[in-house]
Design a protein around this ligand. Sequence first.
Ligand code: CP
Length: 330
Amino acid sequence: MGPLKGKSILGINELTPDEIQFILSVSQDFKRKWRSGEPHEYLRGKSLAGVFNTQSTRTSCSFETAMTALGGHMLWLDKHRVWCGEAGAENWHDTVKTLTRYVHGIAHRPVTREMLEETAALATVPVINASCPVEHPTQAFADVMTMMEHGGGSVKGAKVAFCWGYGELNPPAGLTNSTLAMATRLGFDVSIACPEGMDPDPRYIKEAMDGQVDVGNKIEIVHSYEEATKDADFINIYGWVSPEIFAEGPATGYRGNPEFAAYKHTLKHWIVDEKVVSSAPKRVKVMHCLPAARGEEVTDGVLDGPNSIIFDEAENRMHTIKALLALLMA
Ligand code: CP
């Protein structure tokens, strides 16, 4: 189905602006077809292995429903179904090599990027990153599609206030990095608002921007919501921790080491509430990739309020993932 066929996608920084625009236009076409009931079974008879080493609602359900609508099938593989690479389980390489004898693609949500890279290196079929600590490319596609829908068809020149919020269980910084990579390819501004000490790792910012063309956009890191939301078209709430903290994983309940957890407890005032939203222009739209830590990182009033577009964003996970699957696997 075109030049992306057979490719793996581990990060946005592997894609050109033209490829991203093409994927978004196919996503829009699939959304139209899905709404009008027009068949689009480009993957009839094909199977996808959906390997989820951590929990997932939106990503896993989007992959599964997308495969069904494309005429194919997804095998939902977690530690209850297969030997999933945990301590004492089957050698991960053997699992991947086995899976590639059965399926036409693998969607993988690992705990570390290294594990995802191993999957991609061993697999003879396309591998899609279903969120790793360093990138969450499929979420970034849905976010951009949603911004286009609510921003007059284009994201060029738009401003996103990317706001860190406190949560007991913070996700890794993958979406932060993927958003920066999108911004430097499609030309929107990102103002990251986070507490001192939670700045995104410069190594990953550099990596996210790797290969960028000069699209004249602005990326900044500030330490107050008000600075970021000034002139913002979108507020995107995401309370990340570093990949290293997240990688401490099950042993710490993904909360990080005790020293970090104690520091994080001092950040409970980092909550996006109605006052924060009202400091932005009236037109501002509120986004959150979900799951949200309601009452911790963001208030109910903001998530359920008139500026919120969170469920359009959630729906667009399916349309964008469907486009990726069709373009890589058909
Ligand atoms: N946004 C997102 O990745 O949601 P899930 O963790 O539920 O897949």
